[in-house]
Design a protein around this ligand. Structure first.
Ligand SMILES: [Zn+2]
Length: 460
């Protein structure tokens, strides 16, 4: 939930911790606020606190060359398709390679060096899987013999909203979808079960309304969000297309007799096996009952949900997931790392003492600018002295750093300091370098002993 930031007051106590004087605050706050305005209305406001149900059916229709994994069909010998056939098929979808390297259609232009160039022979653009939008790698279609499936986003939202059944560990929504679970008291005998029943809009809405009645206004805020969610995504609630992530996000490669496949792929193969066997049975037997289809739909759906769970936790939000591994825990431009030591002199809680090498490296261009334009040094002398400063204390360069610090509107050089693993709130915070270290041999970062608890840091 994003808090609305009220209009800034330069006399605000909060700003006095960041800016050197109220005059500087008055001059800089509008500039900072205007950069915020450029970001907020479109990207930020739209994405915060909004549950987005992507329309898979539409994405499938708009996919120019969808790779559809066949369901309920036979191979060239007239036998039922096996898992090996599907594996081979999924490997072929990316020519067995991972297409991290940009390529044109005919292969004349190969390599990221040629990216975005038009091939003179085949007249196609040289692109790679990562250089363009990462599209879904493959699709599975639910044939008409089976009901459409509840959208995975809707499933997770409604499951959390309905909660668990009283005195039982199962989710209420699972009981509605699984024809073998007994529904709890107010719903038993009143509502039907299974995807076939629920995918009819009137039945779906009657179940939702009944759950809302059971809340008796106790969860009115959540009920309102759910109502809005269902109204917004009325046509996306049930889908006939199961998207499978791009090959670059879960890898399946074959070389010789060796196959490497990603962990989450086994769930998608399971989904295919369940779906395929159900469809084959429905097509080849005449005595298939509706209950049986309902039951099979639930087992297909469970496999699909396992696939989604195997992506969300281990690949996105987990400790080794993309967000922490590449964004919060990754190394950025103008960054450095060091061992932390306590500051022993009188200091502020947000003080950070950066090592000499680090500040000199961070402010290379600014230091060169001052040496050349204010001290009147030539380029060669400035370069020599700067290179020397990496290993030796140079008084002129220290003077440059102090000039920069004086002219900076903030109370010191602003520094974002993060301590890995970035799993806790407050692991990355804004600190101010009011004083830097002047001993080139000292590679430690000074930090207040009072500020250890938030990043869960210690001195050793
Ligand atoms: Zn070409």
């Amino acid at each position: 939930m994003a808090k609305q930031v009220s209009s800034p007051d330069p006399g605000d106590r909060w700003y006095s911790f960041i800016f050197k004087s109220p005059e500087l605050a008055r001059r800089w706050i509008p500039i900072i606020e205007s950069t915020k305005q450029q970001v907020t209305p479109d990207i930020y406001e739209q994405s915060v606190n909004k549950l987005i149900c992507m329309d898979y059916d539409q994405v499938f229709m708009l996919d120019p060359e969808p790779n559809v994994i066949p369901v309920g069909t036979e191979n060239a010998e007239g036998n039922q398709l096996t898992l090996e056939d599907i594996k081979k098929m999924m490997c072929q979808m990316s020519d067995g390679s991972l297409s991290f390297v940009a390529k044109c259609k005919c292969g004349k232009l190969t390599g990221n060096y040629n990216k975005d160039m038009i091939c003179p022979d085949c007249h196609t653009k040289c692109v790679g899987a990562i250089s363009e939008d990462v599209n879904f790698g493959a699709w599975m279609e639910i044939p008409r013999e089976m009901p459409p499936l509840l959208h995975p986003v809707a499933y997770r939202v409604l499951r959390a909203w309905m909660g668990k059944m009283s005195r039982r560990s199962e989710y209420l929504l699972d009981a509605f979808l699984d024809p073998h679970t007994d529904l709890p008291e107010p719903y038993a005998g009143v509502c039907g079960q299974g995807m076939i029943y629920l995918s009819k809009w009137d039945n779906f809405m009657s179940v939702i309304n009944m759950v809302m009645q059971q809340h008796r206004g106790k969860k009115s805020a959540a009920d309102r969000v759910i109502q809005e969610f269902i109204d917004t995504y009325r046509w996306q609630m049930f889908t006939r297309h199961i998207p499978i992530l791009n090959q670059s996000l879960h890898i399946l490669t074959q070389s010789g007799t060796m196959t490497y496949d990603d962990d989450s792929l086994k769930h998608i193969f399971q989904t295919w096996l369940e779906l395929n066997s159900a469809i084959m049975t429905i097509r080849h037997r005449s005595d298939v009952k509706t209950e049986w289809i309902s039951e099979k739909t639930w087992s297909v759906y469970k496999c699909w949900m396992n696939y989604i769970d195997s992506i969300i936790e281990p690949k996105l939000t987990g400790k080794t997931g993309f967000i922490r591994k590449n964004m919060l825990g990754g190394r950025m431009n103008a960054s450095g790392r060091g061992v932390i030591v306590p500051i022993t002199r009188l200091h502020f809680a947000d003080d950070i003492e950066l090592p000499w090498k680090m500040v000199v490296g961070f402010y290379k261009l600014e230091i060169m600018n001052i040496l050349e334009n204010r001290f009147g040094w030539g380029v060669n002398k400035a370069c020599d002295q700067f290179n020397l400063a990496v290993v030796r204390y140079i008084p002129e360069i220290d003077a440059c750093l102090n000039i920069l610090k004086d002219e900076c509107p903030f109370v010191g050089f602003p520094v974002l300091m993060g301590r890995n693993p970035t799993l806790r709130h407050g692991a990355i915070q804004l600190w101010f370098c009011r004083r830097h270290k002047t001993d080139p041999k000292d590679n430690t970062v000074g930090m207040s002993p009072e500020a250890l608890s938030c990043p869960n840091a210690d001195f050793d």
